[in-house]
Design a protein around this ligand. Structure first.
Ligand code: SF4
Length: 438
């Protein structure tokens, strides 16, 4: 029987959607019965008290979690987010309710054994409640007590060979899409790059030394399954230099109805005959496709949106000269509102043979600049906006490129220096003045 009355939370169970309230109640009930016969290491009524404190927050219109302060495991600065309840007498089960971030498997490839092992740890030493996965991508274990932190850390790292994730002003847990392990659109091995940079930057991941948080995300193609462009300070998005490969016979088969569009997605619903003009040509955002019995793409105008390839995957393929673009500065609305990444490096080869050194050089340059220029608790996207993308481009040593222009004739990014221009602006202005005798 529930310990607390929760009329407001109960309403959240009434809609058609699954509710986190039902999940917490289910866990509370399971703990009360303890059918597995576990020797719970945190108060058994933790989920029950969580419901109680949430109900109280809804009633009072304010949170009852205090600022977490510093908790963690020895030698690490990140990975655990401290949380304490401001009503510990009323809700002793959640007096401590720390969150533990755990690095997810690359590309989120789990085995059922790993899932069971993770839950064995968390059932015993935590609330049993998880968030799979947090916005950054990692596994989030919700709610445990301070004495359990070292135990959890030991079991994760020694028994499961899994590390804590990032939290605080450090590199957050890097996240990759499935990439080449499954996807034909992958333009580079996103999982390999993600793993390599994770190992290379272990210090940055575990010891907060940045002005604020910093996220890497790796999308192997512009479809962006981990939404790198919107959710990471530095995004690595697969792309290609040459043209989209076209198989004209397969195009004809789509047009003739022998191949179902969208790889047969929406099967069971009749969308009518495939109309290449309406569904592909007219929807190309840069208007660079035409079809007159033969499909033609003006590749220099293609913006790699993937629409045509997604619609006719058996007829169109990504190019052969593949690599990635690096974008910088995406973030959620913290101070200035949300921001998408800005293009920093239009194309870079993803070269495993040199241990991705070119990419690591870019990362180091970006961090050096931000650690020098960034204010405390300023995301790099905000520093970039405050000082201009040109400052970052200069710091990274990238040549300015037309692709850095966000809006032609309204471009805040490129500033010519007098010495960059033949003879200099100053001389031009003096000549002009002389000519006009001013
Ligand atoms: Fe057009 Fe997008 Fe296809 Fe490029 S990928 S040709 S922009 S629809």
């Amino acid at each position: 029987m529930a310990k607390h009355k929760t009329p407001l939370l109960d309403q959240l169970e009434s809609g058609p959607w699954p509710s986190f309230v039902s999940d917490i109640k289910q866990e509370a009930e399971a703990r009360a019965k303890n059918e597995k016969g576990l020797d719970y290491q945190i108060p058994v009524d933790c989920p029950d008290d969580l419901l109680g404190v949430l109900e109280m927050s809804y009633t009072d219109g304010e949170t009852h979690w205090k600022h977490g302060g510093i908790v963690g495991v020895f030698g690490y600065g990140g990975g655990v987010i401290g949380r304490y309840c401001d009503q510990p007498e009323m809700f002793p089960g959640v007096a401590h309710f720390h969150t533990v971030r755990v690095a997810q498997p690359n590309g989120k490839w789990y085995s059922t054994k790993l899932l069971r092992d993770l839950m064995d740890i968390w059932d015993l030493r935590g609330s049993g409640l998880t968030n799979m996965h947090g916005a950054t991508g990692d596994i989030v274990f919700l709610g445990t007590t301070t004495p359990q932190l070292e135990e959890i850390f030991f079991e994760l790292t020694h028994n499961l060979d899994i590390d804590l994730g990032g939290s605080g002003s450090n590199l957050r847990t890097p996240a990759s899409c499935m990439g080449m392990s499954r996807c034909e659109y992958a333009c580079y091995d996103s999982q390999e790059l993600c793993y390599n940079l994770t190992m290379e930057f272990q210090d940055e991941l575990h010891r907060p030394a940045f002005p604020y948080k910093f996220k890497f995300k790796f999308d192997a193609c512009p479809n962006g399954c981990v939404a790198a462009i919107a959710r990471s300070d530095l995004s690595f998005i697969g792309t290609w230099k040459d043209g989209i490969r076209i198989n004209q016979e397969a195009v004809a088969a789509y047009v003739g109805g022998e191949i179902a569009p969208n790889a047969g997605a929406h099967a069971g619903r009749d969308w009518g005959a495939f109309d290449i003009q309406k569904e592909v040509v007219d929807l190309c955002p840069s208007g660079c496709i035409s079809y007159d019995g033969k499909l033609t793409i003006d590749n220099k105008e293609c913006v790699r949106c993937m629409h045509c390839i997604n619609t006719m995957p058996r007829a169109l393929k990504i190019g052969e000269e593949t690599g990635c673009s690096i974008l910088c500065g995406a973030k959620a609305p913290i101070l200035d509102g949300p921001q998408m990444g800005s293009l920093l490096i239009p194309f870079i080869e993803v070269n495993k043979d040199d241990d991705f050194q070119d990419i690591k050089d870019v990362v180091e340059n970006v961090w050096d600049w931000w650690m020098e220029e960034g204010k405390n608790r300023e995301r790099i996207g905000e520093t970039m906006k405050r000082l201009g993308l040109a400052a970052l481009i200069n710091a990274v040593g990238v040549d300015v490129d037309a692709r850095h222009v966000q809006e032609p004739r309204h471009n805040p990014y490129i500033f010519w220096k007098a010495e960059d221009v033949d003879g200099g602006w100053e001389r031009d202005i003096n000549d002009f003045r002389k000519r006009h005798q001013r």
